[in-house]
Write a protein that binds this ligand. Structure first.
Ligand SMILES: [Zn+2]
Length: 469
């Protein structure tokens, strides 16, 4: 339930926060006014309906589940242009299903593992499809997807030896990462590499070899606005800022960054009237930034807590979590299933994954108190997602432990569930007793929806789909 400080907005009153162009029209202000007008129609209609039906707004769980199930079985021809991003589509479907608490049949998941094995490259990493060159973005997506499936067979499909070789092949001598051999160099690369290496539990020696200098290079990507660009001297952007902060959460090195400037830039990307986030200054609201920017907030809070020894900063919500839920639930759901960028746009798997992931972050990122759910909890509450990796927290920890145990005698692995910075990554933005709180809450409430054995909850990129290869 919302606290007294956190109540759903009076949407009519919030009209005063609509864009004021002061009589000076620009392409940007005209586009902004058009989007606000379309959202105003939706919010007006919603207020009329909600006056008659107090159970609104509702998450269309069954429709989204059907949309994901159909897509995992067979994609429509409109996805042909994404033939080099097939592990991405698998990951988007699996993670969206995870937060909806939807588990696919074992036989179907086994076929997914078969498919991802075919995408694995003989020189390490995963390509966008069978026989394609390996790419860091599709490697990240495949590793995440296999961790979500979480069976021994799925985890064994991550060949750590050749993965290390691939990461070494795309690493530059200063610690920056190219997306593929001879490819573009940007902060997505560093994040995809460290996220995959962490889930696969690389040894501290391997991490040191692979990531020496990486945090310092990432720090160079912070701009005068506070956010991070894709590379030094580029514009601050939500996707790249997420990648930078999430990578630092795992790597350390936040002392090189102005975290308060990053926090200020991030929270100011939440749109005053729409309630969702924009990706860059003066851009339009977009559902996928519900995750890229929404998850960035608790990650930055955790970075500040670590750098300044300030646990108190974890006890407060620093963005309007109910306003974000209003935007996703009222403006971003297609009645036929799937979620969208903004009203008028078609549903796609990418936006379905990241709007739902953002909705989950909005509900669960305040880890010292009960989830904050807009509308009926039984209907609308999602399971938590790990803000750094964006997979279920338990899947992240299980994968990490699985690979750790492969390297060590059973007794040693038992006592060392997470080492060094990895522990911080897994505990990011979550109190030590996060899982107990979730469990006790679920038994009290008699609901299992958010009690998914998450032992660590909380803490990804660009227009939109810059993580795509
Ligand atoms: Zn988007």
């Amino acid at each position: 339930m919302a606290t007294s400080e956190e109540q759903p907005r009076n949407l009519s009153q919030y009209k005063r926060y609509r864009n004021a162009d002061e009589g000076c029209k620009t392409f940007t202000s005209i586009d902004q006014n058009k989007v606000e007008a379309s959202i105003e129609r939706i919010y007006d209609r919603y207020e009329q309906l909600a006056a008659l039906d107090p159970t609104l707004p509702k998450l269309h769980r069954t429709d989204h589940a059907r949309y994901l199930q159909v897509a995992l079985e067979r994609l429509s021809s409109s996805y042909e242009c994404l033939d080099s991003s097939r592990p991405w589509m698998v990951y988007w479907i699996l993670n969206a299903a995870s937060v909806l608490n939807l588990r696919f049949a074992d036989e179907l998941l086994n076929r997914v593992v078969d498919f991802l094995i075919k995408c694995r490259s003989p020189i390490g990493g995963f390509g966008g499809g069978p026989g394609q060159d390996p790419h860091l973005a599709t490697t990240y997506a495949a590793v995440n997807a296999l961790c979500i499936i979480g069976t021994d067979r799925a985890l064994d499909a991550i060949d750590r030896t050749s993965l290390k070789q691939f990461l070494a092949a795309v690493r530059e001598s200063n610690g920056a990462y190219r997306m593929h051999v001879g490819g573009e160099l940007d902060v997505r690369g560093a994040y995809c590499a460290i996220s995959s290496a962490k889930l696969a539990s690389f040894t501290p020696e391997d991490e040191l070899k692979l990531f020496q200098g990486t945090a310092a290079w990432i720090a160079e990507c912070q701009t005068y606005e506070g956010g991070f660009g894709g590379a030094p001297d580029l514009e601050a952007h939500g996707g790249y800022s997420f990648c930078a902060a999430a990578a630092l959460m795992i790597l350390g090195g936040e002392e090189r960054c102005d975290l308060h400037a990053l926090l200020r830039w991030t929270v100011n990307r939440q749109m005053a009237y729409e309630g969702g986030f924009q990706g860059r200054t003066n851009k339009l609201v977009d559902g996928c930034y519900s995750f890229w920017q929404g998850a960035l907030v608790p990650i930055v809070q955790s970075l500040i807590a670590r750098k300044e020894h300030r646990q108190d900063i974890l006890n407060v919500s620093l963005f309007n979590r109910l306003a974000l839920q209003e935007y996703v639930l009222i403006c971003c759901q297609k009645p036929t299933g799937g979620l969208i960028d903004k009203p008028g746009k078609p549903a796609d798997l990418y936006h379905t994954c990241y709007t739902l992931s953002g909705l989950s972050v909005a509900q669960h990122c305040e880890t010292h108190s009960l989830p904050l759910v807009l509308g009926d909890e039984q209907t609308n509450e999602l399971l938590p997602t790990h803000p750094v990796h964006n997979i279920p927290p338990k899947a992240a920890l299980d994968a990490y432990r699985y690979f750790l145990q492969l390297d060590q005698p059973a007794s040693a692995a038992e006592g060392q569930q997470c080492n060094g910075k990895g522990q911080a990554a897994f505990k990011a933005a979550v109190p030590e007793n996060g899982s107990e709180k979730l469990s006790s809450r679920s038994s009290e409430a008699g609901t299992s929806s958010s009690s998914s054995s998450s032992e660590c909850t909380s803490t990804q990129p660009s227009e939109d789909q810059s993580m795509r290869s």
